[in-house]
Design a protein around this ligand. Structure first.
Ligand code: ADP
Ligand code: MG
Length: 258
């Protein structure tokens, strides 16, 4: 079994005095199985996990170890087969699909490996699109999209379409899009999986700046050890379980050199 209390209790880097009662994300016995009978896969064994607001957490582990399954539960993109998931003190189990969609829209920004941009739309329109669901008018949507593109260093690429941008630039557009709802939590699942090493470092540094400067809670899935090591708290998964959960000064030193 995992021991989230132990990791929280060390209090060595930035969350001093925070106990599990302050958890922004709380999983209790949360498990996920896929399929039935012979095809049944236990993708995530029952896990207890608390993540404090403002923390920077990496989730590492080999392919198939359950990283995305756990992220999808944290991000309310999926529901657990057993156990509970609470976001900001609210149990996800009792929520309708509509309430879940609203929670995601207002609280969480998602960044994925494959960017998931609309290919025929400009960077501006990709970023502005979610604001339609926030009930924002067109000119205001475009103004905010341009501000966010500026924020991620793409102020001069607002009218470019995805195929006119590099991979790193496309991921920046996706990050700008993730920021439209002013999320308190950013979930990035292998955000650098399709990028070269130098660009990966730049993308992680951009995500880290949102954590550091705006206090956004940052959870990054990566199978690259050097990137995982930069986080304040480092979770490693294996075979559907949390294998280790560390917080410590060594990684803080790494983190100071982007
Ligand atoms: N939709 C699904 N249906 C059936 N099995 C799945 C599904 N999604 C994931 N799995 C299985 O669950 C396990 C964990 O997958 P995943 O969470 O995607 O791992 P990771 O992100 O660490 O690569 C794997 O064995 C995978 O094949
Ligand atoms: Mg995955």
């Amino acid at each position: 079994m995992t021991d989230p209390g132990g990791a929280e209790g060390e209090g060595t880097s930035g969350s001093e005095g925070r106990g599990p009662e302050d958890a922004f994300i709380r999983l209790r016995g949360a498990a996920r199985t896929y399929g039935e009978g012979r095809a049944r896969v236990q993708a995530l064994l029952p896990v207890d996990l608390d993540i404090a607001a403002g923390d920077y957490v990496s989730i590492a582990g080999p392919s198939g170890s359950g990283k995305t399954t756990m992220m999808n539960l944290i991000g309310c993109l999926d529901r657990p087969s057993a156990g509970s998931v609470e976001i900001d003190g609210r149990d996800v189990a009792g929520m309708s699909e509509e309430e879940l969609a609203r929670l995601r829209r207002e609280t969480i920004g998602f960044v994925f490996q494959q960017f998931n941009l609309l290919p025929r739309s400009s960077a501006r329109d990709n970023v502005a699109m979610p604001l339609v669901y926030h009930g924002v008018g067109r000119s205001e949507r475009e103004r905010r999209a341009d501000d966010l593109l500026q924020r991620v260093g793409l102020g001069d690429r607002t009218t470019h379409r995805p195929n006119e941008l590099s991979g790193g630039q496309q991921q920046r557009v996706a990050i700008a899009r993730a920021l439209v709802g002013a999320p308190r939590l950013i979930l990035a699942d292998e955000p650098t999986g399709a990028l070269d090493t130098k660009t990966s470092g730049e993308i992680i540094a951009l995500l880290e700046s949102l954590n550091r400067e705006e206090g956004v809670t940052l959870v990054v899935v990566t199978h690259e050890p050097a990137l995982a090591a930069r986080a304040a708290r480092r979770i490693a998964m294996l075979d559907g379980r949390i294998q280790s959960d560390e917080r410590g000064a060594a990684a803080q030193a790494d983190r100071a050199e982007p």
